[in-house]
Design a protein around this ligand. Structure first.
Ligand SMILES: Nc1nc2c(ncn2[C@@H]2O[C@H](COP(=O)(O)OP(=O)(O)O)[C@@H](O)[C@H]2O)c(=O)[nH]1
Ligand SMILES: [Mg+2]
Length: 293
């Protein structure tokens, strides 16, 4: 399945019916907002999208313009498209952070599979030594996918796992090191300190790194994902989002809400529990999926 097919049925049909109905401008505006909210776009975001479309539509007949204008407004929610720069032999450390259960470990495995599929040499670092199964869960993925994993025992210092993983990454000429981290600590301060320490170790062994710190969010939790995101933003320099568990939300509007409120590029979306259930995010394909292309 392609990204543009993930949400094809929900909003697109409703809007199609709305735009081809004989309703007047005010009715269309009201119903448009309602439909966006029903598609899981947060009310303030839906309100802004509709107001912006209505303003641009001006006095013209709403029906002819709204579909096009709404598409433009939705695309504008995703201003920055980034691709991970692995071209030209660039070598990258990618740190995955997020709360417990958001999908980090699964995403680490999916990303490893994705980039290996692009011909990259990938190493996984299992720095979630806090949770009993955290490190071995990634080791199992590594075994299944044939991708090497550097880990540590339960309770081991995550910093030392990262240190060892960095050494392997450098000595054995891997293109990409994907570091999975713990999402839960006894306190927020512990988690913060641990992530800071990991970041420091990476920066010391490879100055300028980590180039990438991605926040993995459980998109099926809607507004709660945003609350989590804000917490993490307080203490890590996040420069990319991965929205996991989109299969747990029928409508996809959560992606719009998160992107609109975070203003951090959405880089990948997860939609299922297997290694292949990951898509590199494209705003155009995603908006096509929401509105029907
Ligand atoms: N349906 C679905 N489940 C997912 C997805 N990503 C992760 N999961 C599941 O969510 C649970 C928690 O994921 P995990 O990777 O362990 O989260 P972590 O605690 O952040 O490392 C596991 O049961 C995963 O199989 C996804 O995109 N879709
Ligand atoms: Mg995990």
């Amino acid at each position: 399945m392609a990204l543009k097919d993930l949400f094809r049925t929900s909003l697109s049909e409703k809007l199609g019916a709305l735009f081809s109905s004989g309703k007047n401008r005010e009715e269309i505006i009201a119903e448009l907002e309602e439909q966006l909210v029903l598609a899981d776009i947060a009310l303030p975001v839906a309100g802004r999208l509709v107001a912006a479309s209505a303003k641009k539509a001006g006095g013209r007949d709403a029906r002819e313009h709204y579909a096009r204008l709404l598409r433009q407004e939705l695309l504008a929610v995703f201003p920055t498209e980034r691709r991970l720069a692995l071209a030209n032999g660039e070598r990258i450390v990618l740190l995955l952070v997020g709360v417990n259960g958001s999908g980090k470990t699964t995403t680490a495995a999916k990303l490893a599979y994705f980039f290996r599929g692009q011909g990259r040499k990938v190493l996984l670092g299992a720095a979630d030594t806090f949770r009993a199964a955290g490190s071995s869960q990634l080791a199992l993925w590594g075994e299944r996918l044939g991708i090497p994993v550097v880990g540590g025992d339960r309770g081991a210092d995550p910093g030392s796992v990262v240190f060892n993983a960095m050494r392997s990454w450098q000595e054995k000429d891997f293109d990409l090191l994907i570091v999975d981290t713990a999402g839960r600590m006894q306190s927020k301060e512990n988690l913060m300190r641990e992530l800071e320490k990991i970041t420091r170790i990476i920066a010391k062994l490879a100055p300028g790194q980590p180039a990438e710190t991605w926040l993995v969010l459980d998109a099926s939790t809607g507004q709660n994902a945003l609350v989590q995101a804000e917490k993490f933003r307080e203490f890590s320099a996040i420069n990319g989002l991965v929205l996991a568990k989109l299969d747990g939300t029928a409508k996809g509007g959560t992606v719009v809400s998160i992107a609109a409120q975070m203003r951090i590029p959405v880089l990948f979306v997860g939609h299922g529990e297997s290694e292949g259930d990951l898509w590199e995010f494209s705003a155009a394909a995603f908006v096509d999926s929401l509105l029907g292309a």
